[in-house]
Each structure stands twice: as structure tokens, then as C-alpha cells.
Design a protein. Structure first.
Ligand SMILES: [Fe+2]
Length: 241
């Protein structure tokens, strides 16, 4: 069962809120990186969106028990990320974080009109898989950029979690491809029109959308699943006129 494998992976990756060295945070170094703090605020809004985003997907996937289980892990670990990011920003004394709960509620409020159509479930799952992959690269890049060591550690944990989440979504899609190979066309089309679900609550910077490394990783992932990557598909279409 897909869930058991991913549950085991999640448990063995195990880091806890208490394993973060909150007392060792270098507040001065953190405050010297306002652009990184701004990215953490955005990331916390995306992670804090999971309690309304994940159930929307889960309700559509009620008859795919593995999918609901994988999304439950996403929900659980997303909330852990939200909590860790909030705590970090609070310890650092980031002034903009004081109103973050109201900001999160306002961000969720803006998504209340979003509805999902069950016929497009493969598209949403593909966007979810790719969003998690982009998040993994985003956190890893921030970990490399920051000069604050505790944040670097936290971001490394979170980046690995996101890679696992992306792999979980990949396993759900693989199951669908095995059941019906025609699904491949929808996955490739969804990857070509990738939209990060975090765009529902924050403006995803263009630089991240065009993250070359993440795009290459996405290509590899789609090729593993479908035998053809979005770039190869586009090339094929161009060649065929
Ligand atoms: Fe995630």
C-alpha cells in the first residue's frame, strides 16, 4: 500500500519542533536578511493554507484511500512547517509576524470561492506534485543563502519533507497511469501549464516559477511517470509543426 511506505518514510525522517535549537538562533544575523524573512512569511502562509487546500482535494479523492492518506500526511507536516516558521519568525522578532494569524485568515478568505472539478483531478494532483518539488528547491536554496545556522537546519529538514511529499503525489499518479495509460496526456498537459497552488494565497515570485533547477527536476519526474517530459513533448509538437 502506498500509504504505508510513505508513512514509514515520514516517521523515519522524524524531526520534531523540539529538535530545533530555538535558543541558538542568531537574531542579529536573521534580521540582517529581511528578504529571507519575507520569503519565510510567504512560505508560512502557503503551509498555513493546507487545512483548507488539502481537504478540498481530499473530498474529491474520497474513493482513493491512498490519496486521502498521502494528503493527510501533507496536512500534518504542512502544519508542522507552518508552526516552525511562525515560531522562528517570532523568536527573531520579525515585526510583520505579529499579525500573521489575521494575515493567514485573510489569505484563506481569498480562496473561499475556489472550487475544484472532479474531472480534472489528475491535473490538480500533477500541480500538487510539482508544487511540492518547487517548494523543496525553494527551501534548499534559502538554506544555502541564509547565514543564520538554525534556519539553515530547519530549511534542510523542510526541503527533505517536501521531496517526500512530491514523491507521494508521484506514487498516486503512477497508480493512475498503471490503471489507465491515457492519463499520461493529462499529466504532461498539466505539467506544461504548471501553476503552484501557493499562488492562491501569495504572489509566487517569477524567479521561483522560472527556477531552472526545479524545472529540470520536474521534467525528470514527469519523464519517470509518463516516459516523456513536458520539454520533450513541446519539442515533439514543434517538430511535428
Ligand atoms: Fe508539503
Amino acid at each position: 500500500m502506498i500509504y504505508e511506505e510513505h508513512l514509514r518514510a515520514a516517521e523515519s525522517a522524524g524531526w520534531s519542533i523540539d529538535s530545533i535549537r530555538w535558543d541558538a538562533i542568531d537574531r542579529g544575523a536573521a534580521r540582517d536578511e529581511p528578504h529571507i524573512l519575507a520569503s519565510l512569511r510567504d512560505a508560512s502562509l502557503i503551509e498555513g493554507y493546507l487545512p483548507t487546500f488539502a481537504p478540498r482535494l481530499m473530498l474529491l479523492l474520497w474513493d482513493d484511500v491512498d490519496a486521502t492518506a498521502i494528503l493527510s500526511l501533507e496536512l500534518f507536516e504542512g502544519l508542522k512547517h507552518y508552526t516552525a516558521l511562525r515560531r522562528y519568525l517570532e523568536v527573531v522578532g520579525d515585526a510583520a509576524t505579529r499579525s500573521s494569524e489575521q494575515m493567514l485568515v485573510a489569505a484563506r478568505e481569498g480562496t473561499r470561492g475556489i472550487t475544484y472539478d472532479r474531472d480534472s483531478i489528475v491535473t490538480y494532483l500533477t500541480h500538487f506534485m510539482c508544487s511540492e518539488l518547487f517548494a523543496a528547491h525553494f527551501f534548499r536554496r534559502l538554506a544555502e543563502q541564509t547565514r543564520e545556522p538554525v534556519l539553515a537546519e530547519l530549511l534542510e529538514y523542510m526541503s527533505k519533507d517536501e521531496l517526500r511529499h512530491s514523491a507521494g503525489a508521484g506514487a498516486l499518479l503512477r497508480k493512475r497511469v498503471l490503471a489507465d495509460p491515457k492519463v499520461v496526456d493529462e499529466i504532461v498537459a498539466a505539467a506544461e501549464n504548471f501553476r503552484h497552488y501557493g499562488s492562491d494565497v501569495v504572489d509566487i515570485p517569477l524567479a521561483e516559477q522560472n527556477d531552472f533547477e526545479a524545472i529540470m527536476a520536474m521534467n525528470r519526474k514527469i519523464r519517470q511517470l509518463c516516459g516523456l517530459s513536458p520539454t520533450e513533448h513541446l519539442m515533439e509538437e514543434l517538430t511535428n509543426g
